[in-house]
Design a binder for this molecule. Sequence first.
Ligand SMILES: C[S@@+](CC[C@H](N)C(=O)[O-])C[C@H]1O[C@@H](n2cnc3c(N)ncnc32)[C@H](O)[C@@H]1O
Length: 358
Amino acid sequence: MLMRYWGRKPIELIDELLTEVTDSTVIDPFGGAGSIVLSALRHGNRAIYLDINPYAWLVAFVNIVSIDAEEFKRKSEEVLNNLVIIRKRTLKSDFLYYSNGKPFWKKRSVDRVSQFFTTDNFRKLYSILKSIDNVNASPEVKIALYGAFCSSLFKASKMKRENAGSWGVPSYWIPESHKEIDAIEAFKSEVKRFFSYFKSHKGYKIGEEVKMQIGSSLSFNYNKNHILFTDPPFFDEVQYMELSFFYWVWLRESKFRNVARYFLGKNITFRISYEMIVNPNKGINYDKYLEMLDKFLLRTKRIKRKYLLFHYDKKDFMRRVISLTRERWKEVKIENFEIENQRNIGPRGGKKYVLIYS
Ligand SMILES: C[S@@+](CC[C@H](N)C(=O)[O-])C[C@H]1O[C@@H](n2cnc3c(N)ncnc32)[C@H](O)[C@@H]1O
């Protein structure tokens, strides 16, 4: 996949589970980076993507949607040629605290996103963002440019360690041996990567083959004839919205929302409080999580064919999830998987998966 995101389930497993699903419409309402939607499309289905997180939507968009590689290349050159360095130093309301005054669960040393950047890189990044705003391109290419910008943020930040991977934000802290890359170089190298992905991967037509939406899966109107296939957030401590905030505070200062409105037909917001996740600082414990899951199960119970894929490491809590699903969906089947050689997802790196289907 072109843009990474936390908590992606093994694509081989998804592909295998979807082999028999063809010529249907598959909906993934906890869509994340879009791997389930992509797999469904590759199996000859139409697909609907939904996620509450606008940053996830952006990631999924560039991973899935057909984007003109040559136009993307030309426009990214324009972005760099038109750069005007803007002397700014901070982003608006970028503090790593909830409105109740409690810090983000993953916050370690730093108080606000702006502090992750040197003055030089901050100005360069801000200028690239404004230059993307001003470029006249198709909406698909504009979204891809914002995507390439986001992909360069981590590398250009003080979270980047020397000789360490180019992607992360496991938590909000600055390692002692950080070594950020020049922001313009980081953007250029992301542009290269994006170009070769668009050139070599088949993208899908938005509207015709795939629908891309932002919203809550707890209040979505489901069609009972579509196939539900999804992996809801679990309790493995991956804080999707919190971690996406790092990107969102930048996107919020650009015209990204206007361009996204072109596809969504409505304004988008970053509703951190609607997220289904266990997070003590937000006041969401396991019981509250189960209440939210229950809402989702009730809402989807009429769908004829439905699959839930969970990654977990707490066995007892998994049992509670299974019995709740059984109560709501009635006849359910359970399959357990343990995947070796799997990239660690949660902090404890559990490799256990369960598929609940009905
Ligand atoms: C486990 S991830 C999905 C990963 C995805 N399958 C992938 O390949 O990247 C769960 C997703 O659920 C989203 N989410 C959490 N609460 C939600 C809600 N109420 N409605 C819709 N999406 C939600 C999170 O933003 C996150 O992207």
